[in-house]
Design a protein around this ligand. Structure first.
Ligand SMILES: Nc1ncnc2c1ncn2[C@@H]1O[C@H](COP(=O)(O)OP(=O)(O)OP(=O)(O)O)[C@@H](O)[C@H]1O
Ligand SMILES: [Mg+2]
Length: 215
């Protein structure tokens, strides 16, 4: 049996809030396979972003660990063509154009061939490649961050609320692009509340109070 592409193994992450301990993620084990679109749903505060941040290596779990192709890994050691992230706050560099922002992360990851234009066109941004983030709407900025994540054809893509600033037509464009990334073999884990996303997902994972709900 081949190992999953990526796993969270008994991952917990707590926060102190005054004298209280918040179990943002509580002993979550999750196996993620290539070519599958997973939708991570759950009420606000249920731990979706925290779990994505642990998988991305942006937060360390208090207990448990992350595995990549069956081996324990510090996700920060993975390249952008292994693992790409669309954060909830998209973080484009203001002095770079949309095209440069979309191309930047894959280039830092060493992929010199990456051409941003195709992803920008697919996401309805063809005319805005030379615009700066300040000149773009929030939804357009979010789509540039998605183009950036798709650069280099990541094996795994973690997207935190990638349609939160999109109208329905653009949400469908975004989800369709993620769906085609999965058709090319990428694993896509999408956190969010968007009911439209269910139509594009192969599997729905529900979190409540830091734990996965077993259906
Ligand atoms: N830095 C922090 N310090 C203290 N508590 C935190 C911190 N970050 C998150 N939390 C708490 O952890 C819990 C999970 O938060 P998280 O952001 O993962 O939820 P979420 O499911 O992504 O919510 P949303 O749908 O609103 O984005 C919440 O109770 C939140 O208040
Ligand atoms: Mg969140």
């Amino acid at each position: 049996m081949t190992a999953p592409l990526m796993s969270a193994v008994a991952v917990s992450r707590w926060y102190r809030r005054g004298s209280e301990t918040v179990h943002a993620v509580d002993r979550v084990t999750l196996h993620l396979e290539p070519g599958v679109v997973y939708l991570l749903q759950g009420p606000s505060g249920s731990g979706k972003t925290t779990l994505l941040n642990v998988l991305a290596g942006w937060e360390r779990p208090g207990e448990g660990h992350v595995e990549w192709r069956g081996e324990r890994v510090d996700p920060r050691s993975l390249t952008w063509s292994d693992l790409a992230v669309v954060p909830q706050r998209v973080g484009l560099l203001p002095e770079m154009t949309a095209g440069e922002n979309a191309a930047l992360a894959p280039r830092i990851g060493g992929d010199r061939r990456f051409e941003a234009t195709a992803s920008l066109i697919a996401l309805g941004l063809a005319d805005l490649e030379d615009s700066f983030p300040d000149e773009l709407s929030v939804g357009q900025q979010q789509r540039v961050a998605i183009a950036r994540a798709l650069g280099g054809g990541p094996a795994a893509l973690l997207a935190d609320e990638p349609t939160s600033s999109q109208d329905e037509d653009h949400a469908r464009i975004v989800l369709g692009v993620l769906r085609s990334a999965a058709a090319s073999g990428s694993m896509c884990l999408i956190a969010g509340h968007d009911p439209i996303a269910e139509e594009y997902a192969d599997a729905v994972i529900i979190m409540r109070d830091g734990s996965l709900v077993v259906s």
